[in-house]
Design a protein around this ligand. Structure first.
Ligand code: SAM
Length: 219
């Protein structure tokens, strides 16, 4: 299993330019708002953004639903500094935790929803399984997982566009995404009602949105 993490743009010195690059290249606002629409967060819910990076999704969730408790988790202290400063500027009281996703410092069944964007393609297959086991553990029965990440290309051109992401983030960690394996991994971890809900074309390939649910009664 991985004991480390791949920084947002692979090299730590690029972290400071992460936000403008993602905004320009991934239709960020559109796909993150689509995921938030899907997650349908309610007041009173506790929600975790795993691999939160600069906190853009967590901050948007908190602005949308001030009555919910939104938290972020990331392995990279440098990117969490950016996230904390962004939240402070918006006057939002968000908690960001530095930790690897494979060993999260949270109690069992303590979150209503977990979401993540552009994160799973940073993990090896083993780390994906370990992370999903952790997400399953911290979600309450009936809790939901909402994910947006690179998926199986819907067009031949998207496959070739995705090559540049693979050059940056690595071929090993991105291969599962490219083969459309994330939904099967969610099911392997015990999630049910696994759905691929939307495909969004970007200049780097196809982004896929997924949702899954922890069973209400665990056998
Ligand atoms: C491409 S960035 C995505 C950031 C953010 N979710 C977004 O949509 O902009 C991937 C993030 O995952 C974090 N990361 C990678 N592997 C991790 C792990 N095993 N545990 C925690 N964070 C991890 C990186 O530090 C980075 O901030």
């Amino acid at each position: 299993m991985s004991t480390n993490y791949i920084p947002a743009l692979r090299y730590s010195f690029l972290t400071s330019v992460y936000d403008p690059i993602v905004k320009l290249t991934t239709r960020e606002s559109f796909f993150k708002q689509s995921l938030l629409g899907q997650a349908n967060i309610h007041s009173g819910e506790r929600v975790l953004d795993v691999g939160c990076g600069t906190g853009t999704l967590a901050i948007a969730a908190s602005a949308l639903k001030p009555g919910a408790t939104i938290e972020g988790l990331d392995g990279d202290p440098k990117i969490l500094n950016i996230a904390r400063n962004k939240a402070k500027r918006e006057d939002l009281d968000l908690r960001f935790t530095q930790s690897l996703s494979t060993e999260m410092p949270f109690d069992n069944e303590s979150f209503d929803k977990v979401m993540s964007t552009l994160f799973f393609h940073h993990l090896t297959t083993d780390a994906k399984a370990a992370t999903l086991k952790e997400i399953y553990r911290i979600l309450r029965p009936g809790g939901q997982l909402h994910v947006a990440d690179w998926g199986k290309p819907t067009r031949r051109a998207s496959r070739w566009l995705f090559f540049s992401i693979q050059l940056l983030d690595g071929f090993e960690t991105t291969a599962d995404n490219l083969r459309g394996k994330l939904p099967a991994y969610f099911a392997d971890a015990g999630f049910q009602n696994v759905l691929s809900t939307q495909q969004i074309e970007t200049i780097f390939g196809t982004l896929s949105l997924y949702q899954a649910e922890k069973p209400r009664t665990v056998a």
